[in-house]
Write a protein of this length. Structure first.
Lengths: 229, 713
């Protein structure tokens, strides 16, 4: 939706939410991802519920990734819409050793499809592959399910740091794709703002600014991650 | 809990007067202290007056017209830029005044140059307070500090004014307002500004950071200046929601960290401090004007919570820990105008801000915390629905060490307060009690005194009534008269007797006696006198009077003061007098009697014997033992005097039956005398002086038994 700061800005802003039952490893995934990239991020030592990350896209475009953790307890389930409102992607995490958590993911998918339709990039994440011997949901089952709902399927192990980076790269890529397609088919924008963005938010202007901002970008990135913006 | 928050929720600086005089300001006074506010008001009034005058002057002087800013030398460009809020306001009155004052200037030109100069100076002074409100100054400074070209600054300023104007126009528009429309209006403006900042030529050399800060600045200025219009607008239900949430949170005061499964150690002092810090920040959200500041405040609040969680969990906290903790803090803080604040941010901040960034994330969490609180039920706290209902209704109380400690403290405080109150009440009560006792004692004392006095008086002056003895010749005369006269005439005689007896006046009764004699009253006379006596006894002595016992006749009972007075009106007298000559005489005598009623109110005299006493002392001396003695002495006088003189009265006869009345019944020759007296004065007003003169002479006569009745004449 309107998650980009401006269409002409140098950085694209993406927002992704982490959904899933409690204790499936959402936070661990985030922590692992952040930790691996910036070894001593003091920010992450304080909290792991909200992280931002600057990424450079394959086409040299810079983007900022906002990852929002959500509370996984059942009692907070109803609050989901507040979080995934306006998000570009959603990571639906489940524990491969826990059948219930997979069911939960299914319910999340239903909800997201209903609320957001196809404007949101969905990735179903089977976590805890290190506990292969206790696996309750087979890779094939999960993959088949993911394909039926139009989502990607990734298996990771936050503990062993397996597939975490790949997961987030995939997420970024999906969101960029979604963004691009949305820009083209963005005829029924909710706000005038969006429609105003559309004409000058093309790739050309973005890349132009990105070039100009290349030098400042590094300083800015360091600064921003400092205060977590 | 909230009331024990150790930190000030609003900074000292915010409480102080905006003028910086050091006193505390008041939001009602526009953030000024009362003194500065008054001063400013006075200045504004003066300025208004002055500017009206000067409007005329200026428009006249510089026919080119133009706006006020151009005229005022005070308004440098930078200054003017910094007060975008005031601009539209200022322009509106100016648009109107020229038409009103267009006829004025010519007149004003006659004002001497010196005066004009002073007027100009006056104009210059009041211009100043318009410019520098603290926030405006700040904005001015910030605008200067923005690292964008001056052209861009000017453009930014004009955009600020434009949005400002648009918002005001929308708010002043009479048509139905929709907050979403307003929100769209603002959001579109943000987009437009973002577009300008990023694409306009004037911003070309600015860095991205500076562009962002320019956009932020734009938002901040507009939101701060229009906060009062946009925050909880009257056409929304924000306020009701605020109250609802507040009530709800109050109902949920029993919720503890345990209910929410959050790892806040409520008993730990350090943890409590952090909770307090978080609460302070959360409550402080309401004190900021712009959405950015509100968001920053939220971020600070959440950072405290994370600090707290880090201590209790030992590692970076996840959302699983964070959200319950935030809910806990919101519940314990119960911030004011929660919904209004959230809606304000949601509607009027740059949409991207709440969608991303740390502020956005925390804000979203805050929103969901409130949503959770609103939809809370037993299930979400892992307690039974029945228990939840009981706790909500207050039937059941849930206590934890912390809560109960707080509760105990509060209760103790309350107890001590109540004790103090009770003590005070007790004191007052005892004062009242002693007062009552004193009063009671006084009353009893008074009653005793009165009784005593009455008793002594009664003991000193016992009233003994003796049966009336009428001389036999009188009876025969009366019978003869009765056989002659009609009933009316008799009634007239009654009155006479009543009157004379009632007055208890020796003199009067002497007179009346004469009349009676003249009219040959007899048997009725007796009754009349007893009635009269009855009256006096009732009037003066009341129940204490021994007369009650002593008076045997039953016909006394119907005697009443009214009975006495009714026939005394002049008309009836006149009527009576027209009937026969005798009655006429009586009428005049009546009138004399009437005057006597007014004159001698000593009806209180217990008996005819008192009438002998000195007139001047009559009533008051009644209780005076000395007088009593004198009276007693005097009472013996008439007995002897009556024998000697013609002054015998019926009353006397009542009192003392032994007195021979033979001598007293002679005065028929007096009749013409009385008639003469009457003749001297006018008819209606009987000869008071004459009578009194008469009586006084009589009195003397009575007092001096040696003087015989003939002195009457």
């Amino acid at each position: 939706m309107s998650s980009r700061r401006t269409g002409a800005g140098p950085t694209l802003n993406f927002k992704a939410v982490l959904l899933g039952e409690g204790c499936v490893g959402k936070t661990s995934l985030v922590l692992r991802y952040m930790e691996d990239k910036f070894n001593t991020q003091h920010l992450s030592t304080l909290q792991a519920s909200f992280v931002t990350k600057k990424v450079t896209l394959p086409d040299e475009q810079r983007a900022q990734l906002n990852i929002w953790d959500t509370a996984g307890q059942e009692r907070f389930h109803a609050l989901g819409p507040i979080y995934y409102r306006g998000s570009d992607g959603a990571l639906l995490v489940y524990d491969i050793t826990d059948q219930d958590s997979f069911q939960k993911v299914k319910s999340w998918v239903r909800e997201l499809k209903q609320m957001r339709g196809s404007e949101i990039a969905l990735i179903i994440v089977g976590n805890k592959t290190d506990l292969e011997d206790q696996r309750a949901i087979s890779y094939e089952t999960a993959l088949r399910y993911a394909q039926t709902v139009g989502a990607q399927y990734v298996e990771t192990s936050a503990k062993e740091n397996e597939g975490v980076n790949e997961l987030f790269e995939l997420l970024t890529q999906l969101m960029v794709e979604h963004y691009g397609s949305k820009q083209q088919s963005d005829t029924n924008a909710l706000r005038l703002q969006n429609s105003r963005l559309a004409p000058n938010a093309g790739a050309i202007s973005i890349s132009d600014d990105a070039e100009a901002d290349q030098e400042n970008g590094h300083a800015a990135a360091a600064h921003r991650s400092c205060c977590g913006i | 809990m909230a009331n024990r928050a150790p930190m000030l929720r609003i900074g000292q600086q915010d409480l102080k007067c905006r003028q910086g005089c050091g006193f505390y300001g008041n939001t009602q006074f526009d953030g000024l202290c009362s003194k500065c506010f008054r001063e400013r008001n006075d200045k504004q009034r003066k300025k208004q007056r002055a500017s009206e005058d000067h409007e005329a002057l200026y428009t006249g002087a510089s026919s080119a017209g133009g706006t006020m800013e151009h005229k005022s030398p005070q308004h440098s460009l930078s200054l003017g830029r910094a007060k975008p809020k005031k601009q539209p306001e200022k322009e509106q009155p100016h648009n109107e005044t020229p038409t009103a004052s267009s006829t004025m200037p010519r007149k004003k030109f006659t004002v001497p140059a010196v005066l004009q100069k002073t007027l100009k100076n006056k104009l210059a002074v009041p211009q100043q307070p318009r410019v520098p409100s603290a926030t405006e100054k700040q904005f001015m400074l910030q605008l200067r500090q923005l690292r964008i070209p001056d052209d861009a600054k000017r453009k930014l300023k004009s955009e600020i004014q434009r949005l400002d104007h648009e918002i005001r126009k929308y708010m002043n528009n009479n048509s139905t307002k929709n907050v979403d429309e307003l929100s769209d209006l603002v959001q579109n403006a943000y987009t437009r500004v973002a577009d300008i900042v990023h694409n306009d030529q004037r911003f070309e050399i600015a860095t991205n950071e500076d562009r962002d800060s320019a956009i932020d600045f734009f938002e901040k200025v507009v939101m701060t200046q229009n906060h009062n219009l946009l925050f909880s607008p009257y056409f929304t239900t924000d306020e009701e929601s605020d109250i609802k949430v507040q009530k709800r949170i109050r109902q949920l005061s029993w919720i503890t960290a345990k209910h929410l499964d959050c790892s806040i150690d409520e008993v730990n002092a350090e943890a409590r401090d952090l909770v307090y810090n978080a609460i302070s920040e959360l409550v402080g959200i309401d004190s900021y004007y712009s959405p950015q500041e509100k968001l920053l405040c939220t971020v600070r609040c959440c950072r405290h919570i994370f600090e707290l969680l880090k201590r209790s969990t030992g590692g970076p906290a996840s959302a699983d820990d964070f959200l319950p903790a935030l809910i806990f803090v919101v519940l314990k803080a119960n911030p004011v105008r929660l919904h209004s604040n959230l809606n304000f941010v949601n509607r009027f901040t740059n949409a991207s801000r709440v969608m991303s960034g740390e502020g956005g994330y925390y804000f979203t969490n805050l929103c969901s915390a409130i949503a959770f609180i609103e939809n809370l039920n037993g299930e979400s706290l892992s307690i039974g629905a029945e228990e939840f209902d009981a706790l909500m209704s207050g039937e059941q109380t849930y206590s934890t060490p912390w809560e109960s400690a707080l509760l105990a403290c509060e209760s103790l405080h309350l107890i001590s307060e109540n004790m103090k109150c009770m003590e005070q009440l007790q004191k007052r009560n005892s004062v009242i009690a002693t007062g009552i006792k004193d009063f009671e004692r006084e009353l009893i004392e008074f009653q005793r005194e009165v009784t005593e006095k009455v008793d002594t008086v009664m003991a000193k002056a016992p009233l003994t009534l003796l049966p009336i003895k009428t001389p036999p010749f009188l009876i025969s005369q009366a019978r003869a008269h009765l056989s002659q006269d009609g009933v009316e005439a008799v009634a007239g005689h009654y009155q006479t007797n009543l009157l004379s007896g009632g007055l208890g006046q020796h003199q009067l009764s002497a007179k009346s006696k004469e009349k009676e004699l003249a009219t040959h009253e007899d048997s009725h006379l007796e009754a009349a006198h007893t009635l009269a006596l009855k009256d006096t006894s009732i009037g003066s002595v009341g129940r204490l009077s021994p007369l009650h016992q002593n008076l045997p006749q039953p016909d006394q009972l119907f005697a009443s003061p009214i009975f006495n007075y009714t026939p005394f009106d002049a008309v009836s007298l006149l009527e009576e007098s027209s009937e026969n000559g005798d009655v006429l005489m009586l009428g005049s005598e009546f009138q004399g009697g009437l005057t006597n009623i007014n004159y001698d109110f000593d009806l209180s005299d217990q008996s005819g014997e008192n009438s002998v006493a000195d007139e001047s002392k009559l009533n008051l001396d009644e209780f005076d033992p000395l007088v009593q003695q004198r009276q007693q002495i005097a009472s013996t006088v008439p007995n002897s005097a009556a024998e000697l003189s013609l002054l015998d009265t019926t009353t006397d006869s009542l009192i003392d039956c032994d007195v021979p009345l033979a001598g007293a019944l002679l005065p028929s020759p007096l009749k013409p005398e009385v008639a003469n007296y009457r003749g001297f004065s006018n008819f209606d007003i009987p000869s008071i002086s004459c009578n009194t003169g008469d009586f006084s002479s009589l009195n003397q006569d009575v007092n001096d038994p040696g003087v015989p009745a003939p002195s009457n004449k």
